[in-house]
Design a protein around this ligand. Structure first.
Ligand code: SF4
Ligand SMILES: [Zn+2]
Length: 493
């Protein structure tokens, strides 16, 4: 299990810290993120010391909305100072956010506090962007303002590296779905176990499993059986139990998935057996990110919008620090369940890793029905359904018939044509890796034809941009007797 949010530096843990850690491992809690309180030097230093002396503890840097702070400039300097010295250990900027629960404040005071909190929140979101870090967000009695601020933040094309709404506590399912639409994960703590929180449980039920993290927020918020006592990371098991039961998912599966979700969100590389950025689930499909390399440099590529380099797709950071092996692909895909198909896609051209692609496809196909029981992905002996999203340039790259090599491995292929003729293709798709004299556009058309002979379902796609003749491309698809799909600009996955 992964406790994605606790406060290990706090006084409450001083008397028996080694025991707290032993109980963690005795109970199967393998990793934690300890929140770093940037506004208080002794606290942040202690957090970093704890993280640096244990390989299973990560830290964050952030100013809580209720923490006192001097000025924003100081926060930036302090962040820079601690981040530069502890980069490997810093998982996120957090916890940051809005907390309007201040019962003794007058109306006027509260208004002033709100303005200051918003300013602090927005400032720290900018810090997260400039350091390409995800955020851990604390919200209390402030969902509306938080949603408005985060909407603006999540929309900036090169400015969102994912995040989590920590200790989610709203029983209004429409609030959770607002965050999920923006790409956020949702984290539950001990409050999901409280007797009176039936509404919160109902709301949790609606959240996709692959968007859920678990946490303790210890020493606060002990689960039902320990209410009023000190909470600790080993109690995250009660949060897991409650959610797995609520979701009707086998505990071990749900445990694996919540660890995978945490590893994905925070791009953590050192959690044995779990690989960040490799597989991610959107709706009913699990997408496989084999590489960040591309044959083309498409004018409409989400990676290159606004001159930046943005690898965020719906809250997942797809920037690969290392290209995955076939074995890593298979284990990442099967962390998920309840999916209809697995898709070789990602922010890069999957066929540039053709050997790993074939090896992964074979292993995924062969995965015993038992291993995927209950996935809905397995259809009898055929195993899992596999799709390839490609630029269709593999034959040109390798100088051999790749479509033939995919026969029996890939069930459907979706080929980005994006042009009604070669000139338009060169303009929008910008082939970079082909030998001189190779005509990219006609090579894609050949790949479509070869695929049609070998692969059950073939679709040609185009993006709706001015200059791209959609009707013309649709006609080309018709004449090649393959399907056609229009894709929206900047809508990935
Ligand atoms: S193939 Fe995809 S990832 Fe690569 S440049 Fe084109 S749009 Fe971007
Ligand atoms: Zn906290």
């Amino acid at each position: 299990m992964f406790d994605s949010h606790c406060h290990l530096e706090m006084r409450e843990f001083e008397p028996d810290f080694p025991d707290v850690l032993s109980r963690m491992s005795e109970n199967g809690v393998t990793h934690v993120i300890s929140i770093g309180s940037l506004a208080q030097n002794e606290r942040i230093e202690k957090t970093l010391e704890i993280a640096n002396s244990h390989d299973f503890i990560y830290a964050t840097l952030g100013v809580h909305p209720k923490s006192p702070y001097k000025d924003l400039h100081d926060i930036a300097l302090s962040f820079e100072n601690y981040y530069s010295k502890n980069k490997k250990k810093i998982a996120a900027v957090g916890e940051i956010g809005l907390d309007y629960f201040i019962p003794d404040a007058s109306k006027e005071e509260l208004e002033k506090i709100k303005i200051k909190q918003k300013e602090l929140f927005e400032f720290q979101l900018k810090i997260a962007v400039s350091h390409r870090l995800p955020v851990i967000v604390h919200i209390r009695d402030a969902y509306e303002d938080a949603i408005n601020i985060l909407k603006a933040y999540a929309k900036m094309p090169d400015a969102f590296f994912g995040g989590v709404i920590h200790c989610f506590s709203s029983d209004d399912p429409s609030i959770a779905s607002e965050f999920i639409k923006m790409g956020f994960f949702i984290s539950f703590s001990g409050n999901i176990t409280y007797k009176k929180n039936g509404g919160l449980r109902a709301s949790a039920k609606e959240i996709p499993d692959e968007k859920i993290l678990i946490e303790t927020d210890s020493p606060y918020l002990a689960p039902q059986n320990f209410r009023g006592k000190r909470n600790e990371p080993s109690y995250v098991r009660f949060v897991l139990d409650a959610l797995a039961e609520l979701k009707g998912v086998e505990r071990a599966k749900f445990e694996d998935l919540t660890v995978q979700n945490t590893v994905n969100l925070f791009s953590l590389e050192e959690v044995p057996g779990f690989y960040p950025s490799v597989a991610y689930k959107i709706r009913n499909s699990v997408y496989i990110n084999l590489t960040n390399k591309c044959t083309n440099r498409c004018a409409f590529c989400p990676k290159y919008q606004n001159g930046g380099s943005n690898f965020n797709v719906r809250g997942y950071n797809l920037e690969l620090k290392k290209e995955p092996t076939a074995q890593e692909v298979v284990s990442s895909v099967f962390r998920y369940y309840n999916f209809k198909e697995a898709v070789f896609c990602g922010l890069g051209e999957p066929t540039l890793r053709i050997e790993t692609l074939k090896e992964s496809a074979k292993a995924l196909k062969e995965a015993k029905k038992a291993a995927i029981s209950g996935t809905g992905g397995g259809s009898g002996d055929a195993g899992i359904k596999l799709r390839l999203d490609t630029d269709g340039l593999a034959n040109a790259v390798y100088g051999r018939n790749i479509a033939a090599e995919l026969e029996g491995l890939i069930d459907s292929v979706s080929i980005s044509l994006n042009a009604q003729n070669g000139k338009v293709y060169e303009k929008f798709c910008n082939p970079q890796m082909l030998k001189k004299g190779v005509d990219a556009y006609s090579s894609v058309l050949d790949f479509v034809k070869e695929s049609r002979k070998r692969i059950k379902e073939v679709t040609v796609t185009a993006i709706d941009l001015p200059g791209i003749d959609i009707a013309g491309i649709e006609n080309i698809a018709k004449s090649l007797k393959v399907g056609f799909k229009l894709r929206k600009f900047n809508d990935v996955g």
